[in-house]
Each structure stands twice: as structure tokens, then as C-alpha cells.
Design a protein around this ligand. Structure first.
Ligand code: F6P
Length: 378
């Protein structure tokens, strides 16, 4: 086994509840193995900057010593104690060289990078330049194809459902509908699962075709049978897609069309970044604890360029490049040559995985809609 002197852990990209739980798990798992841990302040930006602490501005320094106590009582804290930043320069050779130099100066023999696909690309580039990295998936969007669940998703889902349940109360009192636009970038997981859990009368995502007319008809039928409150959820990705087609304010205008078509007074709500904050759910905390431990185990075993994932079989790890190409395949964004590095068997395995994932989404969508439906009464 390689003798590691120090490792570093960083959070990058959009924050997600549970990132702190990951940081704690990584730090404690490494310390238990006698390896010192640095927390990198402000992600890859901090790794390039390597600034000393400035007590006057309360800046803790780009590299923070994470001893066991430094990560105490963060298991339940939202956001990220290490902060996050967008680091365009990290994509350049100059940025890479700066990051590598920081690692060499501080005897950092490996990095655990927490975030989404942008973070994993950075981790791959750094591994290719001699700094072994392991990625941990954290994003509320749950849009990292290789893992069934990313850290932060369960908390965001719980937050969304709690919000919708509150909206339901007031909708029921006033016989109203609430159209709720939910984050998720181009992925509809939060919307689908929140819609299913909150008994939505309509669920609009990019993944599955929907009909506005069918949703209106469903609400009219339900109203005739005495139903007073209605919830319709829309994934923000639908809005982004419509914007690409030149349609602005799709979600707000959909709410107005719904009101006109059904005669039900309709309000619009966009919780936006509220879904990114808050106390991580127990499920996120448990998964984060397992994933952080696994990342350190892999790193100390001399493995790198891997992303830790949760799949049906349990906690596994996959080559980052495999995971990134799988992601592009699922999102229909493959570029020419992307599959060249993979055997025919691997390509078939990737296609089957993507097909199964899409089928699972479609089935949950079908069931949620079936249960939310009010067939026409006699
Ligand atoms: O990826 C997480 C996410 O919250 C998405 O759901 C959303 O589209 C995006 O980030 C918002 O990004 P920003 O915080 O930069 O506005």
C-alpha cells in the first residue's frame, strides 16, 4: 500500500445539502488511517490560489487543517463549510499547473473532489497530471447518470414535498391550484418524485411527453367530483427548453392558461435555491458517510480517477471517464469519438444501463400520473 502523507478534500460547483457530511466522512476516514487531511477553501479556485489565512477578513486560508475536531458537528449542517466557487482558470494549463504546484508544496498525495460532472472533469485532468483524485457525487439535481442517487437529492426532495404540502393546505382552504416550478437543471427527478409524493394533478418534465390539455381535463374532472386543491409541478428544465425555442415565462404563462381553461384560481410558486439549503436528511447523511469512507479507502489503496456511486448492488466505483460518457449517452449528448475508448461489450452495457434508467423514470411517471388522475365521472 502507498504511504500517503496528506490528502485534500474540496467541494466544487453548486452546493448541496450533505456536502459537509461528505467532508466529515472523508476527514475522519483518512485520519483513522493516520493520514492528515486538508480542506481546500473555495474548491479548485483555492487549490490554485493557495492563500495564507487572513484573520482580519476572517479568511481561513486556502488549505485548512481538518483534524477530527474541525469536522465536529457539521454532519447536520447545510451548505459547505469549505465553500464553493466557479473556477474558469482551472480549465487552463496555467490553472492546472498552479493546482499541481500547491499539492507538491504541501505534500498532498491525493484529492477527494465533491461535486457534479464539472468537478469530475477537473478531477480527471488533475489525475492525468499526477495528482490522484476520487470524485464524490453531490448535487440536488440527481443528474449524474452513473449513480442512482447523488448527495443532496433526498434532502431537496424532502424540502420540495414539505413546501408543496404547505401550499396544499392553503389551496384546499381557498379552492385553488398552485403551479410549482422546481429546480433540477435539465433533469426532472426532483419534480417527478415530489409530484408523486405530493399527489400532483400534473407533472411536467423534459424526460416524458405531457399534454397541457390532458392536465386541464384532469383538473376539471376532479373539480366536478368535489376536489378543491390542485398541485401541478414543472421541472425548470422544461422552462429552459422552451426558452431555447424562444418561449419566455413558460411556467407563469402555463399557470395562467390553467386558470383560464379550468376556472380554478391558480397561483405560481418558484422555490428556486431554497431546495439547495437546509439540514441534510438522514438518508443523505448515511449515504454521504458511506461514500466518503469508500473514497478514502480507494485513494489509500492507490486507486484514482474513479467516482463513487450508489447502484442497486450497493456502493461501487466507476472510472470517471466511463461515468462522464455514460452521462452523455443518457442525455443524448455523445460527441463523435466518445465511445472509441470502450469495447463493444462496454458500449452495450452502457446502452442497457441508460435504457433501464430511462424506463424506470418513465414507469414512475406513468404510475404517478395514473394515481393523480380523475377519470370522467358518470
Ligand atoms: O445544479 C444545482 C442547481 O441548483 C440547479 O438545480 C439549478 O439549475 C442551478 O444549480 C442553479 O445554479 P446557480 O446557483 O448558479 O444559480
Amino acid at each position: 500500500m502507498i504511504k500517503f502523507r496528506n490528502i485534500a478534500v474540496l467541494t466544487s460547483g453548486g452546493d448541496a445539502p450533505g456536502m459537509n457530511t461528505l467532508v466529515r466522512s472523508v476527514a475522519r476516514s483518512a485520519l483513522e488511517q493516520g493520514v492528515k487531511v486538508y480542506g481546500v477553501y473555495e474548491g479548485f479556485q483555492g487549490l490554485m490560489d493557495d492563500q495564507p489565512a487572513d484573520p482580519k477578513s476572517h479568511f481561513p486560508g486556502s488549505l485548512i487543517n481538518l483534524d477530527a475536531y474541525a469536522v465536529t458537528n457539521i454532519i447536520d449542517k447545510g451548505g459547505t463549510i469549505l465553500k464553493s466557487a466557479r473556477a474558469e482558470k482551472f480549465k487552463t494549463e496555467e490553472g492546472m499547473a498552479l493546482a499541481k504546484a500547491t499539492c507538491e508544496r504541501h505534500n498532498i498525495d491525493g484529492i477527494v473532489a465533491i461535486g457534479g460532472d464539472g468537478t469530475f472533469r477537473g478531477a480527471t485532468d488533475l489525475t492525468n497530471r499526477g495528482i490522484p483524485c476520487i470524485g464524490l457525487p453531490a448535487t440536488i439535481d440527481n443528474d449524474i447518470t452513473a449513480t442512482d442517487e447523488s448527495i443532496g437529492f433526498d434532502t431537496a426532495l424532502n424540502t420540495a414535498v414539505e413546501l408543496i404540502d404547505k401550499l396544499r393546505d392553503t389551496c384546499e382552504s381557498h379552492a385553488r391550484c398552485n403551479v410549482v416550478e422546481l429546480m433540477g437543471r435539465n433533469a426532472g427527478y426532483i419534480t417527478l418524485e415530489a409530484g408523486a409524493a405530493a399527489g400532483a394533478s400534473g407533472i411536467l418534465t423534459c424526460e416524458c411527453p405531457y399534454s397541457e390539455e390532458e392536465i386541464f381535463k384532469n383538473i376539471i374532472n376532479a373539480k366536478k367530483q368535489g376536489k378543491r386543491s390542485f398541485i401541478v409541478v414543472i421541472a425548470e428544465g422544461v422552462k429552459f427548453k422552451k426558452e431555447e425555442e424562444g418561449v419566455k415565462n413558460y411556467c407563469e404563462d402555463f399557470a395562467k392558461r390553467l386558470e383560464t381553461a379550468t376556472g380554478v384560481e391558480t397561483k405560481f410558486c418558484r422555490p428556486a435555491h431554497i431546495l439547495r439549503g437546509g439540514i441534510p436528511s438522514p438518508r443523505d447523511r448515511i449515504l454521504a458517510s458511506q461514500m466518503g469512507y469508500e473514497a478514502v479507502r480507494l485513494l489509500l489503496e492507490g486507486k484514482s480517477r474513479l467516482v463513487v456511486c450508489k447502484q442497486k448492488s450497493g456502493i461501487i466505483s466507476l472510472d470517471i471517464n466511463y461515468a462522464l460518457i455514460l452521462d452523455r449517452m443518457y442525455k443524448n449528448k455523445l460527441k463523435p469519438g466518445d465511445l472509441d475508448a470502450f469495447t463493444t461489450e462496454q458500449q452495450a452495457e452502457m446502452r442497457a444501463f441508460c435504457a433501464a434508467k430511462a424506463a424506470e423514470f418513465a414507469e414512475m411517471y406513468r404510475v404517478a400520473n395514473a394515481i393523480g388522475a380523475y377519470p370522467e365521472s358518470e
